[in-house]
Design a protein around this ligand. Structure first.
Ligand SMILES: [Zn+2]
Length: 262
């Protein structure tokens, strides 16, 4: 009996090693809730070895993902809709998802914004305030044009994109509060969403309280998973991470398991 079990374990390990498809999360139970999707670049990278390849979604793939959401009854929600549900403690929105984009890359304006307009899908973009208007990043004119469309909200991704856990308390406070103040001044509206650079600090007792002290309502991490709906704000929001090169089956796993592979 014991040999049978041992042989079975060895067989399973071999199969998982031999067939990478099996390492995906299809065998995990499906979960319902609020899926925050984490993206970065939208553009075309040909070389899968490129460091940015997993962080770069082809525009045609993003379009297929938006169509997949629509065809499967998902509701892309805006930051305002998240806030409404949070304040009410209830929501009639079915299968809510949110498209979030980190860092404020120029390709978000060039390649993402046309898709958002075409399909009238809302999105949330986290800006690194020191990099606004620098090469490769959006400038204020582009940011304001996106905001004026009513489709794009903006959150803070700190001033300088450093790992908050490695900073002093004073530096952490400055990264969190100064970026908020600057964005609010330029956008003329409250900034309620915060995203931790590298996800670092989302579960840190020294960092996270400062986010709420600064007046944010929502903090987004890089921890994978699906969130309860309506969101009650008890912990840091988890995000599913659709990578460049993934298929629509992977996307289905992201939406139903919070991750496509372990
Ligand atoms: Zn980032």
């Amino acid at each position: 009996m014991i040999w049978c079990i041992a042989a079975l374990i060895v067989l399973v390990i071999y199969l998982f090693w031999r067939f990478p498809q099996l390492r995906k999360t299809w065998y995990l139970p499906k979960r319902k809730g609020f899926v925050a999707l984490m993206y970065h670049h939208v553009g075309v990278l040909e070389n899968p070895q490129d460091e940015q390849f997993p962080f770069t979604l082809r525009p045609d793939m993003l379009e297929r993902q938006i169509l997949f959401l629509k065809a499967n009854g998902y509701t892309p929600i805006s930051l305002a809709e998240l806030e409404t549900a949070y304040r009410a403690g209830k929501s009639s929105i079915q299968k809510p998802v949110m498209l979030t984009f980190d860092d404020g890359y120029l390709d978000n304006y060039q390649n993402l914004f046309p898709l958002l307009k075409k399909y009238q899908v809302p999105a949330l973009i986290f800006l690194i305030t020191d990099r606004i208007g620098t090469p490769g990043y959006m400038n204020w004119n582009q940011i304001n044009e996106m905001k004026a469309s009513g489709l794009v909200s903006f959150g803070s991704h700190t001033l300088s994109h450093r790992r908050l856990r490695s900073l002093s308390d004073e530096e952490i406070a400055r990264e969190i509060t100064e970026s908020k103040r600057l964005l609010q001044e330029k956008l003329g509206a409250p900034v309620t969403a915060f995203c931790y650079p590298y996800g670092a600090g989302g579960f840190d007792k020294r960092v996270r309280p400062q986010v709420f002290k600064a007046g944010y309502l929502f903090d987004f991490s890089t921890k994978k998973g699906i969130n309860p709906w309506p969101w009650k704000g008890k912990s840091t929001l988890r995000r599913a991470f659709p990578r460049g090169g993934e298929t629509l089956f992977d996307y289905h796993l992201q939406l139903t398991r919070g991750q496509s592979k372990l």
